[in-house]
Design a protein around this ligand. Structure first.
Ligand code: FAD
Length: 261
């Protein structure tokens, strides 16, 4: 009798393990030949997903106009080096694959998509518990005044919340704040403050950018200026912004609201 229960229990466990594995495999897309298998030998292999749900989610944006532009895989980086490894790997191939950074996916015409390539889910840099990534760091300098170093993956609402703790705020915002720093600096960053300070891209001191070769380069209007001005408003075509130094000023204590009928 005891033998029966042991073998019954053993079969039950085996059944659960096999059905669990089958459900995982059932969700996997077939390997896309545009990405060589050798990518699996890199340290980032455990952060790459070919799960069909992940691929579908990463290929959606706010506009829902462009559909079915599917990447081969999605990278969930935990540090900047993960993105560097991915891009260096692609650059080393005779036919590199597309790489696109995805911020908060509020594009409306598929700007953050990469057909048969790899989408980098920038938001996943926030899940690093070691505080290795830039986050939001506020400083003061006699030349620059107050400024914040912010990760490209940060939402403007979080930048504002952090700076307000010091009575400070970016001088140029977006009207809608649930957009990423990298996503709006790749466009322009427009809001009601523009008539006073210009768009967000006019209020950046410097940036760290991963170039198409996979090099991490610091740039400003005086240092690697071609890269700096290419990336600002560059629609994600010239590199991935991993840090931006943003101009801050004293936060206004009052706002006025104008409502049009
Ligand atoms: C509801 C809504 C409100 C909006 N309000 C405003 C507003 O007030 N002001 C305004 O200016 N715009 C506004 N927009 C437009 C929005 O700013 C842009 O679409 C912006 O690019 C979206 O940012 P995101 O973080 O969602 O970027 P995504 O849509 O994810 O990406 C946009 C582009 O930036 C690239 N990108 C993303 N992250 C990086 C990075 N770290 N480095 C380099 N490239 C990167 C992507 O590859 C893509 O090309 C709004 C859009 C919506 C849908």
């Amino acid at each position: 009798m005891a033998k029966f229960f042991i073998s019954y229990g053993y079969n039950l466990i085996t059944f659960f393990i096999i059905s669990h594995l089958m459900s995982i495999l059932g969700n996997l897309n077939p390997w896309n030949p545009s990405i060589p298998f050798e990518i699996l030998s890199l340290n980032i292999s455990s952060k790459l997903s070919i799960n069909s749900h992940a691929i579908k989610e990463s290929s959606k944006d706010f506009g829902k106009i462009i559909q079915e532009i599917l990447p081969a895989a999605v990278l969930y980086p935990s540090c900047v080096n993960d993105i560097i490894d991915l891009i260096q790997f692609s650059y080393g191939l005779s036919i590199p694959f597309h790489v696109a950074a995805k911020g908060h996916g509020h594009s409306i015409r598929g700007q953050a998509m990469a057909k048969n390539g790899v989408i980098v889910e920038m938001n996943s840099l926030n899940n690093n518990n070691n505080n290795e990534n830039c986050g939001v760091r506020i400083s003061w300098d006699s030349n620059l005044g107050f400024y914040a170093d912010v990760g490209g993956e940060q939402l403007w609402i979080d930048v504002l919340t952090s700076t307000l703790e010091y009575g400070l705020a970016p001088v140029s915002w977006t009207d809608y704040l649930y957009l990423t720093v990298g996503g709006t600096l790749s466009n322009a960053g427009i809001s009601g403050q523009n008539f006073l300070h210009g768009p967000q891209i006019s209020n950046v001191h410097e940036m760290d950018v991963i170039t198409g070769k996979g090099e991490l380069v610091t740039c400003s209007k005086d240092m690697n200026s071609e890269l700096f001005f290419g990336v600002l408003g560059g629609l994600g075509q010239f590199g991935i912004i991993t840090r931006a130094r943003i101009v801050l000023d004293k936060a206004p204590t009052r706002v006025s609201m104008i409502v049009f009928d």
